[in-house]
Design a protein around this ligand. Structure first.
Ligand SMILES: Nc1ncnc2c1ncn2[C@@H]1O[C@H](COP(=O)(O)OP(=O)(O)OP(=O)(O)O)[C@@H](O)[C@H]1O
Length: 571
């Protein structure tokens, strides 16, 4: 770091205060000559000057030349330049403390860097780290040996120049982790993981891991698994038992289908696994569209009731007068208009499985009392019926309403609240787990494209940034709507920033949750989509001077699609 001048150490006047502090600490010196770019001495920098620079809150990146200019006048009056002693009381002692803190910070950073390098080099797998521009910042010994290159030749190069067929630079752009991908290096299929590194809501780099056991090892495990499953099915004589196993196998998929690695979601997944082990009632809370039903299904699939049905009831969507008949069923002729032969209720239909009571906060008080009775007695009585039927049902309830407050206001029964609130799972809004947005976008893009039979599209970095920064008041449901809209609107395979509906980057909607569940989001969504699409088409026509082919190209849609849209929007 220091310039070597003969045998003595010197500082260049273009070096920084930070570098000077490091030099002084490392060499235990208190002063050093400063030279210009021609190696000519321009003064002497002392600890005292550095202390003063820091006490005057000069930037640690400030140049030593500037420190000399500002403080070398003091040099004449300094008692002894090599001395660490200070004379002007509080200012200096504050700065000395700051210097001591910096020294310790630096030592700690060195120690961590050393430890990290040792760990990396000891790792059996290949590890490479790139920065936000895809430049190699670190690569371990194992990776270098595999590639047959030297570490110092790789550092600072773009990763595509170092590793064949890499996608690490793409992972940095998309922010989407890629696990268990097959990458051909030197003609060999290798298993790799690519993990983005996030800081302050931005991807600042990515880590690539090369798994040396590679594909052959994975195939070996796969074959072993297949053998095991064949063995298991040979033993299975009972067909019912076999179908039960199948259900249990897909249960793991149930939890795994919950996309997200944010710590809050990792905790939710853990809660799901725990809840699945016991038959207790579960209360799931969270804003509309955060995935409450997905979580309820995951608990059902992973639990002992997985063989049974999963029956979902939206308590807010059924008129109060019909809710009782819907939940408990009715007997033949129970009321005018009742179906001949009667009808089983949702509790009965869910027998041996799970009943998901969505929007429980919207259930009328009278019904709350009846539900509580069923929960306690595990028996239901049909409307117009004379006898009770036993039911074995696991109850999972969900709401986006503040139930505790409703209990205080007397709009929700306290006893029912406590009966439901045995296991509580709270789902965070999407804006509080932004790091999951790229993975959710990629998941739903792939899922919907497969469903529609079209080629999947990828997001450009700028488009992804807009989507990450948006506050998603409608949560994951809104995100799914955006993906679906983009699939139908964008014809190419790349989604650029200008393809996104304008409101995503211009209007930052209030972070207040949508109180209305899914219904109003859909209306609001349609209106926003209509407006923003119209605006986008108008802007493209203006930019293309009215040339429709050019406007279609700018919009990323086919000319015939543009003509249809012009008609639709009355242009
Ligand atoms: N963790 C997740 N991973 C992937 N997709 C998810 C996840 N959570 C929710 N979704 C998707 O988001 C949409 C909304 O989910 P869901 O219906 O479960 O939300 P909700 O909280 O029950 O909504 P509401 O309160 O309006 O009933 C669905 O399309 C679902 O597939």
């Amino acid at each position: 770091m220091a310039i070597s001048h003969g045998t003595s150490l010197v500082l260049g006047c273009h070096q920084t205060v930070q570098e000077a502090i490091q030099l002084f600490s490392e060499h235990g010196i208190a002063a050093v000559d400063v030279v210009d770019e021609h190696g000519r001495s321009v003064g002497r920098c002392t600890w005292r000057m550095l202390l003063r620079a820091i006490a005057k809150e000069m930037d640690r990146m400030a140049l030593i030349g500037d420190v000399l200019a500002a403080f070398s006048m003091d040099g004449k009056t300094e008692p002894k330049e090599d001395s660490m002693e200070t004379s002007d009381g509080e200012g200096d002692s504050g700065a000395a403390a700051e210097l001591e803190r910096l020294r310790r910070e630096l030592e700690e950073t060195h120690r961590l860097a050393e430890t990290m390098k040792t760990v990396l080099d000891a790792a059996y797998e290949g590890v490479v780290v790139v920065d936000g521009n895809g430049m190699v910042r670190e690569i371990n010994r194992a990776y270098c040996q595999f590639l047959g290159i030297r570490r110092e030749d790789a550092i600072g190069k773009h990763v595509t120049e170092v590793i064949e067929n890499t996608r690490l630079h793409i992972c940095v752009q998309s922010g989407i982790p890629e696990r268990g991908y097959i990458q051909k290096i030197y003609g060999q299929p290798m298993v790799v993981h690519r993990i983005p590194i996030w800081r302050d809501g931005k991807v600042i780099g990515a880590v690539g891991m090369l798994i040396f056991q590679g594909v052959s090892e994975v195939y070996a495990i796969f074959q072993r698994l297949q053998e095991l499953s064949r063995e298991a099915s040979r033993k299975e004589k009972n067909e019912a038992e076999a179908s039960k196993q199948e259900a249990v196998a897909s249960a793991a998929v149930g939890v795994e289908r919950i996309i997200g690695r944010h710590p809050t979601i990792a905790a939710v997944k853990q809660m799901i696994r725990r809840a699945a082990r016991v038959p207790s009632t579960v209360l799931i809370t969270g804003e509309s569209g955060t995935g409450k039903e997905v979580v309820a299904r995951a608990i059902h699939e992973a639990g002992a009731h997985a063989d049974g049905p999963f029956v979902s009831v939206n308590c807010a969507a059924i008129p109060e007068a019909l809710l009782e008949a819907e939940l408990f069923g009715y007997e033949d002729g129970a009321f005018t208009g009742a179906k001949k032969g009667g009808k089983p209720g949702k509790f009965q239909l869910a027998h041996g499985g799970t009943l998901f009571l969505d929007e429980i906060g919207d259930m009328p008080l009278a019904m709350q009392a009846k539900i509580l009775r069923v929960l306690e007695e595990k028996k239901v009585e049909k409307v117009g019926g004379l006898s009770e039927t036993e039911v074995d049902v696991r109850i999972i309830a969900a709401t986006n309403k503040p139930l505790e407050e409703m209990v205080r206001d007397g709009t929700f029964r306290e006893d029912l609240f406590y009966r439901l609130n045995i296991i509580r799972i709270h789902l965070p809004p999407l804006r509080e787990r932004k790091t999951d947005i790229p993975a959710l976008l990629a998941h739903h893009m792939e899922r919907l494209c497969r469903q529609f039979g079209v080629v999947s599209k990828s997001f450009a970095k700028e488009a992804m940034e807009v989507l990450i920064n948006y506050s998603w008041p409608g949560n994951i449901r809104e995100l799914v709507n955006v993906v679906e809209w983009l699939i139908s609107m964008v014809e190419g395979e790349n989604i650029e920033r200008e393809h996104l509906p304008a409101y995503l980057s211009t209007i930052q909607p209030s972070v207040t949750p949508m109180p209305d569940g899914g219904a109003n989001i859909a209306d609001r969504w349609k209106e926003i989509v209509y407006q923003s699409e119209r605006e986008r088409i108008a802007a493209a026509l203006v930019a293309a001077n009215g040339n429709k082919a050019e406007a279609a190209r700018r919009l990323g849609i086919h000319r015939s699609t543009l003509y249809e849209k012009l008609k639709k929007y009355g242009f």
